[in-house]
Design a protein around this ligand. Structure first.
Ligand SMILES: [Zn+2]
Length: 402
């Protein structure tokens, strides 16, 4: 009654379950289906070799079951299909092929109103299903791929990808909410529960659909932000990156004298004081702001100083390096251009660092610290290691680099 492709019409999806972002990005009259695979950990089976092999994920090094979620852009769940075994054969693309082959009720829903355009919103894991979607004449959005040997997406690719990830946030929130509300799905599930885990998940999802407001709701701010994101998509060149990354005559490694190192930053250095709304306009979402604090915490030295360099030949330009959270060997170069009132341009050497639609987390960390945190003693205090983190830092015997 509250779940499954048969319980909802395309018209209802368009009218009641399409966010302002989706309407602005894709126009009115499009029914969006966000697909995403999720998994639940299960106990390993030493007695049943076949099930052990089928459910073992080489990627996670654990036994798990997979499900495919199909949501609308406001986080309302149309279907949760599974369980599938967790091995590598059951990846997102193969699950999608199977579903589009046998889920008749879903196919009927997709074909039910020719006036409504169907669009799938996918992530990169679905790349092997592109051909099938094109054959079925189903439109789709998917973040761009970085070709082999290329370090960054172009500004245009980064912009387009950001619009897709913005919409996909809804399905990630759905996955987060059922695991948070029912810790049973978060924990390692007992082997004996495998036959009923699918029905349990569907009951829980139907309850969420029926009694909880969809996690993404309309706000006037959304419309403004969506229009601003669409307008920024028109910017297909990151001019600051062209200047600081490509103009070797002024900003290359031989011109270190054009930069002056700063540590203890005076508040009157010209970098504008910002509030969180100003920063949100730069990021186009909350995720990068949440991550900013973690990047800053690692970037501060033992005295709590934030290291960066100010350009000596051009006013209102600074740069610094931010440590990747995934790889020890990777540091991203961040540059920010500013005036007394606002941040006017930014770039980063990370994969998505050239995009203009919402800056990456590394740029956000620099802007958040210089524009917001250092004007707010509470935020500065929160960056200092304390409690368990401090004790762990002290007890770890880290070997210094030779
Ligand atoms: Zn970055």
């Amino acid at each position: 009654m509250h779940l499954g492709p048969g319980h909802i019409s395309l018209e209802e999806i368009v009218e009641n379950h399409t966010t302002t972002y989706s309407k602005v990005f894709n126009g009115q009259g499009t029914a969006h289906f966000i697909w995403d695979g999720t998994y639940l950990y299960i106990q390993k089976s030493s007695a049943n070799h076949k099930i052990q092999r089928q459910t073992y994920s080489m990627q996670k090094n654990r036994n798990l079951l997979k499900f495919m979620s199909i949501c609308t852009t406001d986080g309302y769940t149309i279907a949760i299909i599974g369980p599938y075994p967790g091995d590598c054969m059951h990846n997102d693309a193969n699950l999608t092929k199977d579903i589009l082959d046998i889920e008749e009720e879903l196919l009927e829903l997709l074909k039910s109103d020719p006036k409504i355009l169907i669009k799938f919103c996918l992530d990169r894991g679905f790349r092997d299903v592109k051909e099938l979607l094109e054959y079925l004449k189903i439109e789709y959005d998917m973040p761009a791929f970085k070709p082999k040997g290329v370090k960054q997406l172009t500004t245009e690719q980064g912009n387009e990808s950001r619009l897709t990830t913005k919409e996909r946030g809804a399905v990630e929130r759905y996955h987060g909410s059922f695991k948070k509300i029912w810790p049973f799905f978060q924990d390692t599930i007992d082997f004996s529960f495998i036959p009923i885990v699918g029905p349990c998940l569907r009951i829980v999802t139907a309850v969420l659909n029926a009694y909880r407001r969809p996690p993404v709701e309309y706000s006037a701010q959304e419309e403004q932000e969506a229009l601003s994101m669409l307008a920024k998509c028109e910017e297909t060149v990151n001019k600051l990156a062209e200047k600081v990354f490509c103009d070797k005559s002024k900003f290359g490694p031989k011109n270190r004298k054009n930069w002056s190192a700063m540590e203890d930053v005076p508040l009157d250095d010209g970098f504008p004081a910002l509030d969180l709304m100003d920063i949100r306009k730069l990021t186009c979402g909350p995720y990068q702001i949440q991550k900013a604090k973690d990047y800053c915490r690692e970037h501060l030295d033992a005295n709590g100083d934030f290291h960066f360099q100010v350009c000596t030949i051009e006013a209102g330009l600074l740069r610094c390096q931010i440590q990747s959270r995934h790889k020890n060997s990777e540091k991203y170069k961040v540059a920010v251009q500013y005036n007394d009132n606002a941040v006017v341009d930014y770039c980063c050497s990370c994969t998505a660092g050239l995009r203009k639609v919402g800056c990456c987390s590394h740029v956000t960390a620099v802007v958040w610290y210089l524009g917001y945190a250092r004007h707010n003693p509470k935020e500065l205090e929160s960056l200092k290691p304390k409690g368990l983190t401090k004790r762990i830092d002290k007890c770890l015997r880290v070997i210094k680099k030779q």
